[in-house]
Write a protein that binds this ligand. Structure first.
Ligand SMILES: [Mg+2]
Length: 231
């Protein structure tokens, strides 16, 4: 059985910047007007690390003590942002059809691996009419210190879910950034890179992706990887 770990932003959906705007407003409320995400690599990042990096640049002492407040305010702001602009959020081409198709496939366990705070994920999915229940296991940005470490979190949850253990080689990471490519490579997982986010297929190949597609409207590259004995 293969464990598919879909990234969220840029892979399943795009929120048209709602997440970034909500983070910046929350950050300014917690740490003042100097808080900005400008110049940071957000795509492929982990929410807690994005906060830490942006907070460090404000010069505010002990900013880590305000992380919990930031997370709470961010979720409030994200709700406000999606209520106002959620209609601009969109699911990526082929995703709904692919998830429908995989839902009945006994060869796979459909999961998610994302740098988002766990509580942000249902909000973003809801904006495009998807539910977290489509994902049998998920690992979030607040589950580990690095994106790479989230693979083992997802594998442990998969074991609890299906009652037997899968290996890292059984995992296929599906993501839109070099961070997803690295996450798969470090863990010895299969990788399908998809150019629906900020990076082109060529850029993802240069980052090390062996398989990079424009979008998932043609599921056959992923289905071939599912069939392959060594993901
Ligand atoms: Mg992404």
């Amino acid at each position: 059985m293969k464990l598919l770990l879909f990234d969220l932003d840029g892979t399943l959906l795009l929120t048209d910047g709602a997440g970034v705007r909500a983070m910046e407003r929350a950050g300014r409320r917690v740490l003042g007007e100097r808080f900005t995400l400008e110049g940071l690599t957000i795509a492929g990042g982990m929410d807690p690390l994005i906060y830490a990096e942006a907070a460090a640049r404000t010069g505010v002492k002990d900013a880590h003590l305000r992380h919990e407040s930031f997370r709470r305010l961010y979720l409030d702001e994200l709700r406000v942002e999606l209520a106002a602009n959620g209609h601009r959020a969109r699911v990526m081409p082929g995703i709904v059809e692919l998830l429908d198709r995989l839902a009945g496939d006994p060869r796979v366990l459909v999961g998610m691996l994302t740098g988002n705070y766990a509580a942000a994920v249902p909000l973003k999915l809801g904006a495009v009419g998807l539910g977290l229940e489509r994902f049998a296991v998920a690992a979030f940005g607040d589950d580990a210190a690095t994106r790479e470490a989230l693979v083992d979190v997802a594998l442990r949850r998969a074991t609890l879910r299906i009652g037997r253990s899968l290996s890292r080689a059984d995992v296929i990471v599906i993501g839109d950034t070099p961070a997803d490519v690295r996450c798969a490579a470090v863990n010895g997982c299969g990788l399908l890179a998809v150019a629906t986010g900020k990076y082109t297929a060529d850029e993802l190949r240069r980052a090390g992706a062996e398989v990079a597609v424009e979008n998932l409207s043609d599921p056959s590259p992923l289905l071939r990887m599912i069939d392959s004995p060594d993901a």
